[in-house]
Design a protein around this ligand. Structure first.
Ligand code: PLP
Length: 394
């Protein structure tokens, strides 16, 4: 079938493909240890669910304004101000069908064919394809495990060319868990400002930080606003992945353009989900602390467990709910690359992981610890067994 060139330029999200393959195993009754998920394993908090039920009962079931109901736009601005010290007005906020949609809209209204978007590697799988779909060219900046996968301002400075329009910075990062320290973030902002490049700050994992790292938004810095597109999501913070609510905060003309695009594609995010989101942002946030404490426990266990397996090296992620260990020392004859490894782990030990190739980083696997401690223990046991038998093989 002849399809448009732009759809042939992209692929199905590899993380969703891994999820689908793991589901096929599970459907056959196989006990899969699923380290694949990019979503919290906690239910959406009760008070948020109740708000959605009330919305249905009160017949908030019709179209809303394309950019979201006014109280939600205001609540996002207020919440962001309270959390990070930013100062956005509702006309600088658009509610979208998840953070991914907000990123898609922002990139599509800014990019002309051939424009370049800087993407640090390892990257979240959707960034390059969204850029390609918009007709842009992803330009990659490699970050190193030995440097904690941190992006440096000098690297950004060097990578900017005449066609560069946007730098995407995802902190905390999916897949590495790297968190940009505020001083480095500021230096990166300075570079973007001086060189006339938008800084698209994807802070979907903002509230999941560990150790010294703290939730931070560059949009809280007073001089940042004209240069920054802030992308946020309720998916991870409030365990609401299926509700599909995210947002962008940006200068009003950019929000207007995104609204225009949204008005001709999805229209408003689901009315019921918007009412749930309103409750999430205005209600108690205890559930976030509860999740964070549990993630912190699992993170320690999984790092220790991985490091105990000979040949695996694992940098310490400071945010999100992923570890991104390196397996290069364990690759060889039967295992040429981490895609092979992921396939064999699923086939032989029924462990689902996402290969680093999906994130532009062969040699690594992304392991999500958004799963119970019991599953983590089981997964570590299976992983140890897999490599023991692999090294014992003639
Ligand atoms: C880095 C990053 N940004 C954005 C998103 C989008 O999340 P959502 O569309 O569910 O808000 C995700 C989801 O996995 C992500 O990992």
């Amino acid at each position: 079938m002849q399809l448009a060139e732009r759809i042939n330029a992209i692929t199905v999200s590899p993380t969703l493909a891994v999820m689908a393959e793991a589901e096929r195993y599970k459907a056959r009754g196989i006990d899969v240890v699923d380290f694949g998920p990019g979503e919290p394993d906690f239910p959406t908090p009760e008070h948020i669910k109740r708000a959605a039920i009330a919305a249905i009962e009160q017949n908030f079931t019709k179209y809303t304004a394309t950019a979201g109901i006014p109280p939600l736009r205001k609540a996002i601005c207020d919440w962001h101000a309270a959390q990070f010290g930013s100062q956005y007005a509702p006309n600088e906020c658009i509610v979208s069908v998840g953070g991914k949609h907000a990123i898609f809209n922002a990139i599509n209204v800014l990019i002309n064919p051939g424009d370049e978007v800087l993407i640090p590697v390892p990257y979240w799988v959707s960034f390059p394809d969204i850029v390609k779909y918009a007709g842009g060219r992803p330009e990659y900046i490699k970050t190193e495990a030995k440097d904690g996968f941190r992006l440096r301002a000098e690297q950004v400075e060097r990578a900017i060319g005449p066609r560069t329009r946007i730098l995407i910075l995802n902190s905390p990062c999916n897949p590495t868990g790297a968190v940009a320290p505020p001083d480095e973030f500021l230096r990166i902002l300075e570079v973007c400002k001086r060189r006339g490049v938008w800084l698209l700050s994807d802070e979907c994992y903002s509230h999941f930080t560990y150790g010294e790292a703290r939730p931070f938004s560059i949009a809280g810095v007073p001089e940042a606003k004209p240069h920054v597109i802030t992308i946020g999501s309720l998916s991870k913070t409030f365990s609401m992945t299926g509700w599909r609510v995210g947002y962008a905060l940006a200068p009003a003309p950019l929000v207007e353009a995104m609204l225009k695009l949204q008005s001709q594609s999805t229209s408003n995010p689901t009315s019921i989900a918007q009412h749930a989101a309103l409750e999430a942002l205005k209600g108690p946030m205890d559930s976030v602390g509860t999740m964070l404490a549990e993630y912190a426990r699992r993170r320690e266990r999984i790092i220790a467990g991985l490091r105990a397996i000979r040949g695996i090296t694992c940098t310490e992620p400071q945010g999100a709910f992923y570890v991104f260990p390196n397996f290069e020392a364990l690759l060889g004859d039967d295992l040429q690359c981490t895609s092979d490894l992921a396939k064999q782990l699923l086939e032989r030990e029924h462990i689902a992981v996402v290969p680093g190739e999906a994130f532009g980083a062969p040699g690594y696997l992304r392991i999500s610890y958004a799963t119970s401690m019991e599953r983590i223990e089981e997964g570590l046991k299976r992983l140890g067994r897999f490599f023991q038998s692999a090294s014992a093989a003639p």
